[in-house]
Design a protein around this ligand. Structure first.
Ligand code: ADP
Ligand code: GLC
Length: 488
């Protein structure tokens, strides 16, 4: 039997272009299903980092201008070290721009994002039907988030062909980003008139890429079972809940895996000392090194709390300044130290800079994207803080568990599915609170600090955390089952 063929369309791909977990998953899932015999290929824009990584990638298809606004493009073929084929969508006018894939140097969205990701979506659809310029045709087109959300829409509304087309899947990594644009984009993208309705891409007078995908994909997945339930509620459905309830029959939550090789404390090349569940004492070497790297006081009488995150409202990180000022009224120095790596919201960055000035040696922050430091924070911290307001899956809490760094998390989305509160005795792996309030965080924080001071009990908690299996094996099987069901 020939291998099942799956085309993944994505706007980010680790390690080359990454703003968050989407990039990790966009690389890891194709790898994982490829390892199980699926012919998995990835369509991604040829950003500068990909051009530089694959300078000699041969051109395998030319795409003529599809409308007066969508420039002509080329598809180049390359291969990752794990053997997955990459289709690099080359359109320099759209994608040969430095830095973040979505934002210009002024920190604002590129004004032509609708055209840029409209082209990506259209080409994803084109490569998935019988008019594809490639001699390889996928059985499944798997899109992710709004940037490729119009893929299933274009595939459903082909003006020109009647043959066999791929079945489609869209994965929601984050419902907060819906790809909303003015209706004038519709003709610019060549969307057929009948796609414009409340049962199509129209969303309160705007064109929504994500809504289009959710409406027309054969299957919808999201990245944790709890988030799959949450997004069907009015409170957390971000305006898409009614549609998601309507499509509940084709919606499933499949928990992401993590890269168990890259995030392995026994072999991690970024950290000061290797350790595992049997040899936990070496973790202290990483803690010492992290304090030094971040300019924190060499004080082993209190735990070191790590944060690695986009600094946004989603992540609940505006609760941290309130927590710290509250803690400071109770004790000084603070009962814990903090090592923070992140960037994003300028107001939050300012608040964190102020914390660093106010609590020297106790609170340290770095505003940049730094893979190595992210690993050193996971390895060196005693606990990891993730007070997210919503969290489709979250990867960092899984990295934390693997590094014996019990996470302190809010019970939402993937956090609720991966962390068990310490009060559950021999099942506990971290600290979980229910409400996104500083009161709830404060209470759980004190509970966590007290648990840390009980060294024997804490070591047992760490070992349990480290025994959890978050490999891609089970999720890859779940996706393959889904693809099979769609094709049967
Ligand atoms: P999200 O995708 O919502 O940002 P995830 O937890 O799924 O959240 O994934 C975030 C990913 O980005 C993780 O791999 C995390 O380590 C990484 N990350 C976030 N901020 C930084 C940063 N400043 N430096 C390095 N890695 C970061
Ligand atoms: C999104 C979500 C995050 C998830 C990631 C990968 O960025 O915010 O929770 O882990 O996608 O699926």
């Amino acid at each position: 039997m020939p291998a099942m063929k799956v085309l993944f369309a994505t706007s980010e791909l680790a390690p080359w272009v990454k703003t968050g977990g989407l990039a990790d998953v966009a690389a890891a899932l194709p790898d994982a299903v490829h390892a199980k015999g699926i012919d998995a290929r990835i369509l991604v824009p040829s950003y500068p980092a990909l051009k530089a990584a694959f300078p000699n990638a041969p051109m395998v298809a030319a795409i003529p201008p599809l409308t007066g606004h969508l420039y002509g493009a080329a598809v180049r073929e390359a291969r990752t070290t794990s053997g997955v084929t990459l289709y690099l969508l080359e359109c320099d006018a759209f994608f040969d721009r430095p830095g973040n894939p979505y934002l210009g140097p002024d920190g604002h969205d590129w004004p032509d994002n609708g055209l840029r990701f409209g082209l990506l979506s259209r080409v994803a659809a084109l490569l998935s039907d019988d008019y594809s310029p490639l001699d390889w045709r996928p059985d499944i087109l798997h899109c992710s988030d709004w940037q490729t959300g119009l893929g299933p829409v274009f595939l459903r509304h082909r003006p020109y062909s009647v043959g066999k087309v791929a079945r489609t899947v869209i994965t929601i990594h984050n419902l907060a980003f819906q790809g909303l644009f003015g209706r004038d984009l519709k003709p610019a993208l060549g969307l057929p008139a009948h796609a414009w309705s409340m049962h199509g891409v129209e969303y309160h007078g705007y064109l929504s890429f994500l809504k289009g995908g959710l409406q027309y994909a054969d299957a919808i997945t999201t990245v944790s079972p709890t988030y799959a339930r949450e997004i069907q509620t009015e409170a957390e459905g971000m305006g898409m809940d009614a549609l998601l309830r309507e499509r509940a029959g084709v919606l499933t939550g499949i928990l992401n895996g993590i890269d168990m090789e890259a995030w392995n404390p026994a072999t991690d090349g970024h950290i000061a000392a290797h350790f595992d569940a049997k040899q936990l004492t070496s973790k202290a070497t990483n803690t010492r090194a992290l304090r030094e790297e971040m300019g924190l006081a060499a004080d082993t009488t209190r735990p070191l709390i790590g944060i690695v995150s986009r600094l946004t409202h989603q992540k609940g990180l505006d609760l941290v300044p309130s927590l710290l000022y509250w803690l400071a009224t109770e004790a000084y120095p603070l009962p814990a130290q903090f090592a923070v790596l992140g960037s994003g919201d300028k107001g939050l960055e300012a608040a964190y800079r102020e914390l660093e000035a106010r609590f020297p040696g106790q609170f340290a922050v770095r505003f940049r994207f730094d893979e190595g430091l992210a690993h050193r924070i996971e390895a060196g911290s005693d606990m990891f803080l993730m007070p997210s307001r919503f969290e489709p899956c979250g990867l960092n809490q899984m990295y934390s568990l693997r590094y014996g760094t019990p996470p302190i998390v809010r019970a939402t989305g993937g956090l609720a599915d991966t962390v068990v509160d310490a009060s559950h005795g021999k099942h506990g792996t971290g600290f979980v609170f229910q409400h996104a309030t500083v009161e709830a965080l404060h209470e759980t924080f004190h509970r966590a600090i007290a648990a840390w001071h009980d060294h024997k009990g804490f070591a047992a908690l760490q070992r349990r955390a480290m025994s959890a299996d978050f490999s891609w094996d089970a999720p890859a099987n779940a996706y393959i089952d889904l693809y099979r069901r769609l094709l049967s």
